[in-house]
Write a protein that binds this ligand. Structure first.
Ligand SMILES: NC(=O)c1ccc[n+]([C@@H]2O[C@H](COP(=O)([O-])OP(=O)(O)OC[C@H]3O[C@@H](n4cnc5c(N)ncnc54)[C@H](O)[C@@H]3O)[C@@H](O)[C@H]2O)c1
Ligand SMILES: [Zn+2]
Length: 350
């Protein structure tokens, strides 16, 4: 087993190992007392792994209750948040009990925000079942739900007490959902770790545990230095400002990972055109994105992309922070005036 210890506002471990799910109860018992474990999951994940988790928790003496949402982003909404709070209260879940998120980022974010606010905060365990959730959403303490006006607009910083990553569960992931997670993995390599990037040139499956652990370490190191997202954490946004613009233009028909992949390639183009990185570096990024079956370009125009990017919630005043590579393993934050954005996008798309 690989354990990555995280010391943010709370100390907790991220445990990564094949076959961990059936032992989840024992690990959870070590961090959470209480009588009741409330599982929050979606219907797809529940059908695959809900019973294994239930049995494992019951074997440790927990009374298990379960809240199942339909799969997909649209479930991360305010109505489900309130319904979950009411469900926990009806089930007499108390301060010493725990909430266990089983699933991808959608159940994870919803359960996390609920754990942060129910009774002003209860124990919270994440069992991520997508690659994206293992390397990204379950680490860092951001929790959120979507509002009608946009994604992740209501949330809280709330660290879990434990994260359990069982890489066996990734075998049932649809290929496109797995590829979405790979986009984030590639991102970590480009922003901070050339060795990870080189590792990804070999098949990923035989080295999944090591790759996930490295991504979690990178995110941990960044988040520990910037838990409340004030500076360094912006590096994690590489590919995301432009990616979000692609997602928004497609009305979210383009998946997050695909959009980030496109965003990373456009950013690489911009950096190469401005001599911030070499042509070879930009080419390496393209080749890697393509090797993982992810798209490298988009038909949206510079005007469409810059218009959407200006609405990004990370915009600060009259400028946007674009993250651009200087080489593999190193990226920098470039403050870009909104007025220049369209011209810069034009360069990135050419
Ligand atoms: N909190 C954060 O820091 C953070 C960071 C990145 C993303 N996010 C959020 O994460 C969400 C996206 O995460 P996601 O891609 O994991 O979404 P998701 O939870 O919707 O999972 C994607 C799909 O995969 C299915 N699935 C999950 N695990 C499976 C498995 N093992 N086998 C088969 N199918 C499985 C789900 O049912 C779902 O249909 C977004 O809401 C995003 O805002 C949060
Ligand atoms: Zn992302």
């Amino acid at each position: 087993m690989i354990t990555v210890s995280i010391c943010a506002s709370k100390h907790y471990d991220v445990c990564i190992q094949r076959g961990l799910l059936p032992q989840a109860g024992e690990y959870i018992r070590n961090v959470a007392g209480g009588m009741t474990a409330a599982i929050v999951t979606d219907d797809t994940v529940d059908a695959l792994y809900g019973e294994v988790l239930r049995e494992s928790l019951q074997a440790q003496g927990y009374r298990v209750v379960k809240f199942v949402i339909p799969h997909g982003e649209s479930s991360k909404n305010a109505a489900n948040y309130i319904a979950l709070l009411n469900y926990l209260a009806e089930q007499s879940v108390t301060r010493t009990d725990c909430i266990v998120a089983l699933g991808g980022g959608v159940p994870g974010d919803l359960a996390g925000f609920t754990a942060a606010t129910y009774l002003r905060g209860v124990s919270f365990v994440q069992i991520p079942t997508t690659l994206l959730a293992m390397v990204d959403s379950s680490v860092g303490g951001k929790t959120a739900i979507d509002l009608d006006a946009g994604k992740n607009l209501a949330g809280a910083f709330y660290q879990p007490d434990l994260v359990l990553c069982d890489t066996d569960v990734l075998q049932s992931l649809p290929a496109d959902v797995f590829a979405d997670g790979c986009a984030e993995v590639i991102k970590y390599g480009i922003i901070l770790d050339e060795e990870l990037f080189d590792r990804l040139k070999q098949p990923i499956y035989p080295q999944l545990e090591q790759v996930i652990a490295r991504c979690v370490q990178i995110k941990r190191d960044v988040v520990m230095q910037d838990e409340r997202d004030l500076g360094l954490r912006q590096l994690l946004n590489f590919g995301h400002t432009i990616g979000h613009a692609v997602e928004a233009n497609s009305n979210f028909a383009v998946s997050h990972g695909s959009a980030v992949a496109i965003g990373m390639c456009i950013a690489a183009n911009i950096a190469a055109a401005q001599n911030l990185c070499s042509q070879e570096c930009a080419q390496d990024i393209y080749d890697m994105v393509r090797a993982y079956g992810l798209p490298t370009n988009t038909n949206y125009t510079a005007e469409q992309l810059s218009a959407a990017a200006q609405k990004d919630k990370k915009r600060s005043g009259d400028s946007i922070h674009l993250i651009l590579p200087s080489k593999i393993g190193r990226c920098e934050i470039h403050k870009t005036p909104v007025a220049q954005l369209q011209d810069i996008m034009e360069v990135g798309l050419s």
